[in-house]
Design a protein around this ligand. Structure first.
Ligand SMILES: Cc1cc2nc3c(=O)[nH]c(=O)nc-3n(C[C@H](O)[C@H](O)[C@H](O)COP(=O)(O)OP(=O)(O)OC[C@H]3O[C@@H](n4cnc5c(N)ncnc54)[C@H](O)[C@@H]3O)c2cc1C
Length: 289
């Protein structure tokens, strides 16, 4: 195991301090939140650690317009949050259930899970399915990006030099919105071979909006848009009849690779199975299956 020996460690007290250090050291600096990815990866180019763990970004607040989750909310905070018990926000809490160990989840943050930009990360699919946005702070002030557009490749995001993720905003969902998250890993503690979040908004018996978001089957989390289109405008009965075709279409939209965790073909067929199960779960909850 290589040693990780950065030159300098800064524990910052303000977001401004973090931004100015990140700007000054550029690619030689890394943010440390919970450290459960960074301290395992030990990236050799990192010379400066900017520890943001004491910033006041550990909160989960629900308001009239939606839910705001600070980047430092830990996975255990999210799992236990009373603000995330109600549908469809419960899917965010649900996404943490099969992640790592209880100990890891005391440190691991939602911001770290997102910014690490692993294609297999478990938090992004549910958040993308709920149209969440990333609220970013950097040297030029604040900006917002839909989480769907945040990822640009494995371990790559739209964050620019000096920027950090401050908050995730999940807009208030329309009435009759339900979502489900499913994951398949080699063990319950392992990262995903495939994960999926499916969200449906139903009005007057018709599907008004559908999201199918798959992880670990492409360089970034992806929306299976052709499969989503098959659902929109359809009645619950019809959806029950076409679920199998929708799941097959979603799997066709994936671009998996083979690696130590699973071959590409296995990932594609699991994507189909999980999408089908997720739709079945939602149909049952909507009373349409
Ligand atoms: C035993 C074990 C099991 C795990 N199981 C899972 C699993 O099942 N599913 C899963 O998805 N992950 C899993 N992980 C990975 C990891 O725990 C999560 O990704 C975690 O949420 C990372 O958060 P962190 O706060 O520890 O991030 P850190 O390690 O502190 O940071 C991760 C990366 O994000 C950057 N970063 C962190 N916060 C910010 C921010 N606010 N703004 C900008 N950049 C930031 C850091 O510089 C670093 O590059 C596991 C890890 C371990 C050790």
């Amino acid at each position: 195991m290589p040693l990780f020996r950065p030159k300098e460690y800064f524990r910052v007290a303000t977001v401004g301090e973090a931004v100015s250090l990140l700007k000054r050291f550029g690619g030689a600096a890394a943010i440390l939140a919970g450290g459960t990815d960074l301290l395992v990866a030990k990236p050799p180019h990192v010379e400066y650690i900017v520890d943001i763990s004491r910033l006041p970004l550990n909160y989960i607040k629900k308001g009239a317009r939606g839910v705001r989750i600070g980047a430092l909310a830990t996975l255990n905070d999210i799992a236990a949050s009373p603000e995330l018990r109600e549908e469809p926000y419960d899917v965010i809490a649900r996404s943490t259930w099969d992640m790592g160990t209880p100990l890891t989840k005391n440190f691991a943050t939602i911001g770290g899970n997102i910014c690490n930009a692993a294609p297999s990360a478990d938090m992004p699919p549910s958040l993308i399915a709920l149209d969440a946005e990333a609220r970013i702070i950097g040297p030029r002030g604040k900006r917002r990006v839909f989480l769907e557009d945040f990822f640009i490749g494995p371990k790559k995001s739209v964050l620019k030099r000096g920027e950090l993720l401050a908050e995730i905003f999940v807009p208030r969902a329309p009435a009759n919105t339900k979502a489900v998250f499913l994951k398949k890993g080699r063990t319950s503690e392992d990262i995903a071979q495939v994960n999926v979040a499916v969200r449906l908004t139903v009005d007057d018996g018709l599907c008004k909006a559908a999201r199918i978001v798959l992880g670990a089957v492409a360089p970034t989390p992806i929306r299976a848009k052709a499969a989503e289109r098959m659902l929109e405008g359809k009645g619950l009965k019809e959806i029950s009849q076409i679920m199998v075709d929708v799941a097959r279409k979603a799997a066709e939209e994936t671009k998996p690779i083979s690696d130590v965790r699973a071959p590409a073909e296995y990932r594609r067929s699991v994507a189909e199975v999980l999408t089908k199960r997720a739709l079945l779960n939602l149909m049952e909850r909507f009373g349409g299956a």
